[in-house]
Ligand binder design. Structure first.
Ligand code: NAD
Length: 458
């Protein structure tokens, strides 16, 4: 099939590459000339495991092309995916300007039947706005061309986006047009060969489903983060509690990890947009308001621990940070907890030495030349001479580090583990002063000094 994908970000590029992989002829359009030039040279503008190979293979086979030419992109695909950003507007609602600009562009150039597919995460009612925007453009050209607008929200996860797209749990299609539905079924059939996982529903329900899914996941995270604060106080270990409740099939293990709060380009903005949509209808979504507030507070959990260990004035101290991306296997730092942690530490006069396996360039772009912050090229370089090490992102290479090096090369072996990667008992036995999230609180400094002296470690 002939497909156009508008937007070449995390969603657009993965969609375009994976559809080409199944034999479709795909043109991927973006307004960002730098991105398109990179993609035309088969260079990746983002880090996403396995994506490079799929893009390269399909570009070489002539099934995947990149362009900034809006007219050519509109002419190419019968199916026109809109996968552009929907960032939060000032009031928290989804900013639809990019989606509607893409729709208008289609209306400006189309000459034959198109199925316009909203793949961006958009609130209920957007398909109708897209339809109206296209209709206006057609009317101003004085032409009549048949088209349908379909909602097809995307559920891929950054870090495993290619795998998620190729083997989806489900594909949600909101459509009220039979011809468009048939085309969507045909397009996705190769991805769901072994059993049908395509859910066709009405358009508003499809749009709503995407927000409901992300809000549910965010709720689980905030719930565990809140409980972790209590667990720490009362002497329970949230990691053991997680296993205890996750083993219940009604609850399950996913998204129950306490940590430094959720970030990324989706959960924060989608929770906000859902709250805003409800407010527009005069409904207060109390659970989601609490989810958001709990998350904001959680982003400071490691800094709170640092302050209670070292005091509010951190000048003269150096803190090592492992992990800057909002989660492993991506270089995405949108709304990442690391941003709050770094700025809080710098504000209190500390120096920060940070390391991330892939997000270093993105971090340099995000932070610019902040005095006191250095982004280094290795995990060891980050902690050498530091007062404490903070684990912010659970990259694999942090899961089994050289604890001897940590103990011997830091100024003092103090570890704040925002991802609960290590066993507190093991840390104790290694003479590392350790504090996770929702488990065994760090003893006060004077008691810790006595413990480490008694263990023969300083
Ligand atoms: N990132 C994710 O994990 C994820 C997952 C599911 C859904 N989503 C949703 O998908 C949408 C896109 O997210 P993303 O992370 O890929 O965004 P992104 O910022 O990575 O990419 C968006 C791209 O669209 C381009 N663009 C903007 N306006 C354009 C226009 N008029 N014509 C052509 N290109 C245009 C931008 O230049 C950019 O390259 C959002 O609504 C998001 O909520 C994202």
């Amino acid at each position: 099939m002939k497909v156009t994908v508008i937007g070449s970000g995390y969603v657009g590029l993965v969609t375009a590459a994976c559809l080409a992989e199944m034999g479709n002829h795909v043109v991927c359009l973006d307004v960002d000339e730098r991105k398109i030039a990179m993609l035309q040279r088969s260079e990746m503008p983002i880090h996403e495991p396995g994506l490079n190979e799929v893009v390269e293979r399909n570009a070489e086979a002539g099934r995947l092309q990149f362009t900034c030419d809006q007219a050519a992109a509109t002419a190419h695909g019968t199916l026109q995916f809109i996968g552009v950003g929907t960032p939060p507007d000032e009031d928290g609602s989804a900013d639809l300007q990019y989606v509607l600009a893409a729709a208008r562009n289609i209306g400006r150039h189309m000459t034959d039947y198109k199925v316009v597919i909203d793949k961006s995460t958009v609130p209920v009612g957007t398909a109708a706005k897209v339809k109206a925007a296209i209709a206006e453009e057609l009317a101003s050209r004085g032409v009549t061309v048949d088209y349908a607008v379909v909602s097809n929200p995307e559920f891929l996860k950054e870090g495993s986006a290619v795998q998620d797209f190729m083997r989806p749990d489900r594909i949600v299609v909101g459509a009220d047009d039979e011809r468009a539905t048939l085309l969507m079924r045909a397009l996705y059939a190769p991805f769901i060969r072994n059993h049908d996982r395509l859910l066709v529903m009405d358009v508003p329900s499809a749009e709503f489903t995407k927000y409901a899914a992300n809000c549910m996941l965010a709720t689980r995270i905030s719930f565990m983060n809140e409980l972790s604060r209590l667990a720490e106080r009362v002497g329970a270990d949230i990691e053991q509690v997680r296993k205890g409740i996750g083993s219940d099939p009604r609850i399950g293990y996913h998204f129950l990890y306490a940590g430094t709060g959720y970030g990324g380009s989706c959960f924060p903005k989608d929770v906000k947009a859902m709250i805003r949509s409800a407010a527009d209808e005069g409904i207060e979504l109390q659970v989601l308001c609490a989810v958001e507030a709990a998350n904001e507070r959680q982003k400071s959990v490691l800094v709170d621990k640092v302050v209670s260990r070292f005091g509010a004035d951190l000048s003269g101290r150096t803190f090592a940070l492992w992990g800057l991306a909002f989660k492993p296997n991506t270089d995405d730092m949108r709304e990442a907890p690391s941003r709050v942690i770094v700025s809080e530490l710098l504000k209190r006069g500390a120096a920060v030495t940070a390391y991330d396996p892939v997000a270093a360039d993105e971090a340099r772009r995000v932070f610019g030349n902040q005095p006191g912050l250095s982004i280094v090229d290795s995990a060891v370089e980050a902690f050498a001479g530091a007062d404490a090490l903070l684990i912010v992102t659970e990259w694999k290479e942090f899961k089994s580090p050289d604890f001897d090096a940590i103990r011997s090369q830091m100024k003092q072996p103090v570890l704040f583990d925002g991802r609960n990667l290590y066993d507190p008992a093991l840390m104790r036995s290694l003479g590392i002063e350790y504090s996770g999230v929702g488990r065994e609180a760090l003893p006060p400094p004077d008691r810790m000094d006595r413990i480490t002296r008694a263990a023969g470690q300083t």
